[in-house]
Design a protein around this ligand. Structure first.
Ligand code: A3P
Length: 294
């Protein structure tokens, strides 16, 4: 199947981060995004559990009302701020039209975040996932989501990913940048692996961060509706509402496996060794620690 013409293959460098050319064309609009003090920002490197935490947050914002959260696809309920395709879609505009309190999604690294989000001291939730599982998930996503460049072979993609030549740039830079910002801003830093291991504990952390207190019954309802098994079959969150020529779930479903440690099924021993060596160099000196399996 042909790729959509609006997305040529090459990424464009925006202050050091490779992004879709359409975003770079409209960069001044993204930079000028006007945050409101009660905005909640969901920030992630792609494939780290964005959709999962987004659905959790929309359910929280709607007091666990599952039907209300089926009012539209997740990407319309919580727009990706920086996603602008001229004459086609515009995350910044969509957000401008939304009533407060707004949920705002971004994959931008801290260096590129519009200044008004910092100035307004918005609360932010960052979800990080271990580098190897993100690599695998991103690889399959490149194959199925037509706006991404062709990933080539797994070996080739892994090389591009390690060296930060993929959309949104270096994973290392992203996770470390947000980790550092946590010291000065209201950021709840979560890990995908913790959410898998103890979904209830992590949901309670989110509720505390938002200063919300829900009865046990609503907490359990949110947990049930945000489990992988339920989300996988929910068209408003599994991205099957996107036209097939933009996302082809026959190649790889958006809700692919939803586990920790799938990298073991993909990395050769040589790839693993090379990856770990480079990882240790990149992560040297940070207090940020990941678990690659649970
Ligand atoms: P896999 O490709 O490893 O299965 P994002 O939303 O940031 O694009 O992340 C997508 C990844 O999160 C996919 O990972 C997807 O399966 C996983 N995911 C989505 N919802 C999930 C859930 N409720 N529980 C666990 N994983 C989930």
């Amino acid at each position: 199947m042909e790729k959509k013409n609006i997305f040529p293959q090459e990424l464009v460098d925006v202050h050091g981060t490779p992004l879709f050319w359409t975003i770079t064309e409209a960069w001044s609009q993204v930079e000028g995004f006007e945050a409101k003090p009660d905005d909640l920002l969901i920030a992630t490197y792609p494939k780290s559990g964005t959709t999962w935490v987004s659905e959790i947050l929309d359910l929280i914002y709607n007091n666990g009302d599952v039907e209300k959260c089926k009012r539209d696809a997740i990407f319309n309920r919580i727009p990706l701020m920086e996603l602008i395709v001229p004459e086609f879609l515009n995350g910044v505009k969509k957000l401008e039209e939304m009533k407060s309190p707004r949920l705002v999604k971004t994959h931008l690294p801290v260096e590129l975040l519009p200044p008004s989000l910092w100035k307004n001291d918005c609360k932010m939730i960052y979800v990080a996932r271990n580098a190897k599982d993100v690599a695998v998930s991103y690889y399959y996503f490149h194959k199925m989501a037509k706006m991404f460049p062709e990933p080539g072979t797994w070996e080739e993609f892994l090389e591009e990913y390690m060296t930060g030549k993929v959309t949104y740039g270096s994973w290392y830079n992203h996770v470390k940048g947000w980790w550092e910002k946590k010291k000065d801003y209201r950021i709840l830093y979560l890990f995908y692996e913790d959410m898998k291991e103890d979904p209830k504990g992590e949901l309670l952390k989110i509720l505390k961060f938002l200063e919300k207190d829900f009865p046990e019954e609503i907490v359990n309802k949110i947990l049930y509706h945000t489990s992988f098994e339920i989300m996988k079959d929910n068209p408003t969150v599994n991205y099957t509402m996107v036209p097939e020529d933009e996302m082809n779930h026959k190649i790889s479903p958006f809700m692919r496996k939803g586990i920790s440690g799938d990298w073991k099924n993909h990395f050769t021993v040589a790839q693993y060794e090379r990856f770990e060596k480079y990882y240790n160099q990149q992560m040297e000196g940070t207090t940020l620690k990941f678990r690659s399996e649970i």
